[in-house]
Ligand binder design. Structure first.
Ligand SMILES: Cc1cc2nc3c(=O)[nH]c(=O)nc-3n(C[C@H](O)[C@H](O)[C@H](O)COP(=O)(O)O)c2cc1C
Length: 398
């Protein structure tokens, strides 16, 4: 069995399912060309706006690393769309497609602070003619632009999604891929609206609006620009559980291919996104931290996993997790567990005792230097097994 990473995403062939997300890694055609040479399959280019009316300058600084200890868990930013003109971008797309016909090059469009139908349509015609393989619609930017009524403000409204997808589709036969936001309680309805309007696939998710921290001496938020700050889009590792949920929800609700984005750092993350329904996986924060070179391990790790499992293409395991997701209310109430302590590895640190006692039950005690669980009091919640630093607590059937 020979496995291949070769992927056909919405009719566009790519040598790998890994794509650059629309962000700093896809802001320059020369850098994107370098990324393709290194093994990336495609790119969602940095978001383009209607520059005849809109070129705002980016602020300094605009990227902040969120750390737990020394580990970067993600970034927050208030970067806006590209500051290059439409003409510069059209030249860039032509330049890239001439040199890399076998890679996916999608433009990412977003409106300016005024929603103008003809501006969306004109942008679409320009990039259709420039040779873009398809259109990602940024209906999800959570900061900056969202404050001006763009991005996530549109993506939160099913009627707006339909309207904008319809405008773009009326000007091109190429695939249209709205990028949706997780900043809504009912993502499936937004996904179905995109499908109804004729979207070929959905990208999910974008950054999530946040305030990363406050300096307690000056009371200024972290990442201040000349003393003032603003809400910032969170990305990176901390986003992955939300992105994975969103991808699974959208895949189940629409049956459309999903281009996943949010916290992919390893081939395992990517394989999980594919199992949840993704056909391509976009990366931004991991590249911001480590550079394009991570693609070597992403590609080789995913390929090796597929070979070991006997999957010829990613289609062989795409969406395989979806049948195992149901509503919480439908989960079994007959499946009862208790915490079983392995005396041979328990070091008697006592971490499990307050976790159990202070969260409702008090089933754990330390007896003769070892944790002991009272099976009759234990409610089987699983908390102690999760916090045990030596992995000595297993959940077993009652
Ligand atoms: C500095 C920065 C700038 C970004 N700019 C854009 C953008 O222009 N358009 C867009 O759709 N998403 C933008 N994003 C969001 C990314 O494309 C991506 O959806 C998000 O960061 C989650 O992926 P990650 O966890 O791999 O970073 C940006 C993200 C960052 C960190």
């Amino acid at each position: 069995m020979t496995s291949t990473l070769h992927t056909n995403f919405v009719g566009v062939d790519m040598p790998s399912p890994f794509m650059l997300a629309s962000a700093p890694p896809s802001a320059s055609p020369q850098s994107v060309a370098r990324a393709f040479e290194m093994g990336w399959g495609g790119a969602m280019m940095k978001t383009i706006q209607y520059t005849p009316r809109f070129i705002k300058q980016n602020v300094n600084p605009r990227i902040n690393a969120v750390k737990w200890g020394k580990q970067i868990v993600g970034f927050t930013n208030f970067e806006i769309g590209s500051q290059k003109t439409i003409e510069q971008w059209a030249d860039s797309i032509r330049w890239l497609k001439e040199r890399y016909p076998e890679h996916g090059v999608f433009v990412s469009l977003m409106h300016t602070d005024v929603l103008v139908e003809e501006e969306w349509k004109e942008l679409t015609r320009i990039f259709d003619q420039a040779g873009a393989d398809g259109f990602e619609l940024n209906l999800s930017c959570s900061h900056g632009q969202a404050e001006s009524g763009c991005g996530a403000v549109l993506g939160a409204d099913p009627e707006m999604i339909k309207m904008v997808v319809g405008w773009v589709k009326s000007q091109t036969n190429k695939p249209v891929v709205p990028k949706l936001t997780a900043l809504t309680v009912d993502l499936p309805t937004r996904g179905r609206a995109a499908k109804e309007a004729g979207a070929s696939a959905i990208s999910a998710i974008n950054t999530i609006s946040s305030l990363p921290g406050i300096d307690l001496d000056t009371f200024r938020p972290v990442n201040a620009v000349d003393g003032m700050s603003a809400f910032q889009g969170s990305s990176g590792r901390m986003l992955k559980p939300i992105a994975l949920r969103s991808v699974a929800q959208l895949a189940a609700a629409t049956d459309l291919p999903i281009s996943a984005t949010g916290g992919c750092y390893s081939w395992k993350d990517a394989a999980e996104f594919i199992a949840a329904g993704a056909q391509t996986v976009q990366v931004c924060s991991a590249i911001m931290e480590y550079g394009y070179g991570i693609i070597e391990k992403l590609n080789s790790g995913l390929l090796q996993y597929m070979e070991e499992k006997g999957f010829e293409t990613i289609e062989d395991f795409r969406g395989k997790t979806l049948p195992y997701i149901t509503q919480q209310i439908k989960l079994s109430r007959d499946y009862r567990l208790y915490a079983s302590v392995d005396e041979t590895t328990c070091v008697g640190c006592g971490r499990c005792v307050p976790s159990c006692a202070d969260n409702g039950f008090g089933a754990m005690k330390i007896v003769d230097g070892k944790a002991v669980n009272d099976k009759n009091i234990c409610d089987g919640c699983g908390l102690c097994s999760q916090i045990c630093p030596t992995g000595s607590i297993q959940m077993k059937r009652k």
